[in-house]
Unconditional design. Structure first.
Length: 619
């Protein structure tokens, strides 16, 4: 029988991992914002007025800034003492934050950023220890060339030799690769592709893996310019949102779907998609994770101290399906009511950071493992932070989501304290008909003409921006207080077809800017760039199309073209991101990569698929 471990047997707060600490106060107007527990303890112990030398088990009682509170079995939350005092004084703020594993965030970030690492030759012998284990030192060495001039390598561990030749050397019909790439992005079902190209299903999946691998190699070579600072960027205005993707059930006896959450960040000016990540790990299996959990006794540990902290375990997923219910979207056209309902539903969750809505109609994937969504969101922001490290400043406009907000504040806290990053929540109407949207736009046009005496379509871009800024300035002292919301919301004065009505709230302290600067930041608030990308994804890739549900299947969905393997969703998302950024042109013949500065012209599909061959070529 296992020996139960007590909370007191573990450090009160997770220790930093590889320099990362995500556990802290996340109320930006609090004096404790961004201060890690260990930094606060170190400061207090060095203070002459503080009587230190307290045992670790009593650290929360004597900690100068934070305490902890249990919120469930094996769960604990950080409590900011200053914010707790604010609540006692009647302020509406969040004082508690679920403790998270810093190691799990880094592990998820390393998974998402793996494509950026320079690929090194690796032993292909399944019996070699380097086949499944990552080695920091080179595992192979050069061993001359073959008769055809192909480089030969020898493994330092097992002595086997390997060669790395052309990417298509094992393909019988490489000439159909470009056609296959086009068909995938033309909303063609996989069965029709098989029939059209006269290939087997296995050949199709092998070629998709090849195309996916080449896309990652291509985009890694381009985006390493961002990581290495070779492309200097000014201020970036970024939009972040999530998309839910569903896979079909694999057994008629268990008609539950697997849902994946895909988070993406787009540049508002260039439409470049910096990342599109799902909370799914293909390289692991559920049985492996359960074995690791048993080996490290994770079932008895606090969740934030588990070795398998970032992966859903079977028993905790089963428990979550009983405790949570799906969040229903408000049908009200009143945005204030929608914001209040969303926050109220989030408050009913035991963990505000997860943003996962689980009930009895969803299940763990039959292949691969499901990652806790909060870790994927934090890793996503960590990846975006790495890609935008050399930008002057960043401004994030995020969909109204407490988990997404918390993930942003956890990762960008240092930049926020330095004044290098600001964040905003955006709530836009999504349930209006086309006629209602056009009516809202016409009403806006009448207001602008009344103010300026000039029709909206006759105004230059600069004149239109000036008018909108003036309208926002008039509303800065009339920000709306919404039930349950700690933020104050601005009712956006201008309607567009993509966003006919929206509310915007700053989650960082922008009072340090003058009112004109604040108005300009509010004016730029939009999710249109990332929402447009999501729309293109669903319309272009058959596997990523929105599934259909009906009253007869009790909200469960089955889509004839949806994949059974969740890995196909992540591969198609990666492929389409590369296509969208580098190949897909707008009306001016420009791609997002061209506008950002990562390409001199539209990139042909051939240069992506055969990246190694054209690596030294220019656009």
């Amino acid at each position: 029988m296992r020996k139960k471990s007590s909370q007191k047997d573990w450090p009160s707060f997770p220790e930093p991992y590889k320099g990362l600490q995500v556990n802290c106060c996340k109320f930006t107007k609090c004096e404790n914002f961004g201060i890690s527990p260990e930094d606060a303890t170190h400061r207090a112990l060095s203070d002459e007025n503080f009587n230190g030398n307290v045992p670790e088990r009593q650290v929360t009682k004597h900690h100068p800034l934070y305490g902890t509170s249990g919120s469930g079995k094996n769960e604990a939350a950080l409590v900011c003492k200053a914010c707790k005092n604010r609540i006692a004084n009647g302020e509406l703020v969040q004082a508690t934050y679920m403790l998270k594993s810093n190691q799990a965030v880094i592990e998820e970030y390393e998974r998402l950023s793996r494509y950026l690492e320079v690929e090194k030759p690796k032993c292909t012998n399944p019996d070699c220890p380097t086949y499944t284990v990552e080695f920091f030192e080179p595992s192979v060495k050069k061993r001359g060339y073959t008769g055809a001039g192909t480089p030969r390598y020898e493994c330092n561990h097992c002595g086997k030799t390997l060669t790395i030749g052309k990417q298509t050397r094992k393909q019988k019909r490489p000439e159909i690769n470009i056609r296959l790439f086009d068909l995938i992005l033309m909303h063609t079902p996989l069965r029709r592709i098989i029939k059209h190209l006269d290939i087997s299903p296995q050949t199709l999946y092998d070629k998709i893996d090849f195309i996916h691998n080449q896309c990652l190699k291509f985009v890694a070579e381009r985006e390493r310019k961002l990581v290495e600072g070779k492309l200097q960027l000014d201020r970036l205005y970024l939009a972040t949102d999530r998309q839910v993707q569903t896979t079909n059930w694999t057994k008629r006896e268990d008609k539950r779907n697997t849902e994946l959450y895909g988070i993406s960040t787009a540049c508002l000016k260039t439409s470049y998609i910096f990342a599109f990540n799902f909370n799914f790990e293909e390289r692991l299996t559920q049985s492996e994770i359960e074995l690791l959990a048993d080996t490290y006794n994770d079932h008895e540990k606090p969740k934030h101290h588990r070795y398998t902290a970032r992966i859903w375990l079977e028993h905790e997923f089963a428990l979550a399906t009983k405790q949570k219910s799906k969040v229903s979207e408000s049908q009200s056209s009143n945005l204030q009511e929608q914001v209040a309902l969303k926050i109220e539903q989030e408050l009913s969750s035991s963990d505000l950071t997860s943003s996962e809505h689980i009930d009895g109609d969803v299940k763990l994937p039959s292949k691969g493992v499901l990652v806790h969504n909060e870790y994927t969101m934090m890793a996503h922001f960590l990846l975006v932070k790495r890609l935008t490290e050399y930008a002057g400043k960043t401004r994030f406009y995020m969909d109204q989501d407490t988990g997404m907000k918390t993930a942003y504040l956890s990762i960008f806290k240092d930049d926020i304290l330095k004044g290098l990053s600001d964040g905003f929540l955006v709530r836009a109407s999504k349930n209006l008909s086309v006629d209602e949207k056009r009516k809202a736009v016409r009403a806006t046009n009448r207001v602008i003409k009344k103010r300026t005496g000039i029709p909206r379509q006759d105004l230059s871009n600069k004149e239109f921006r000036t008018v909108v800024n003036e309208m926002i300035l008039e509303r800065l002292d009339k920000l709306q207080v919404i039930k349950h919301s700690p933020e104050k919301w601005l009712e956006y004065p201008v309607a567009t077809l993509p966003e006919p009505a929206k509310l915007v709230a700053a989650i960082t302290n922008i009072s340090r800017y003058d009112e004109k600067h604040q108005a300009n930041l509010y004016r730029k608030a939009s999710l249109h760039a990332v929402d447009r990308f999501f729309m293109h994804v669903r319309r272009s890739v058959n596997l990523l199309e929105r599934p259909h549900s009906s009253a007869t299947n009790r909200s469960r969905t089955w889509h004839g073209y949806a994949p059974y393997n969740p890995a196909m969703l992540t591969k198609m998302a990666d492929i389409y991101r590369v296509y969208y950024n580098y190949v897909n042109k707008n009306d001016k013949g420009e791609t997002p990569a061209m506008r950002l500065g990562l390409a001199k012209g539209p990139v042909t599909v051939e240069k992506i698929i055969y990246f190694g061959k054209y690596q030294k070529d220019k656009d």
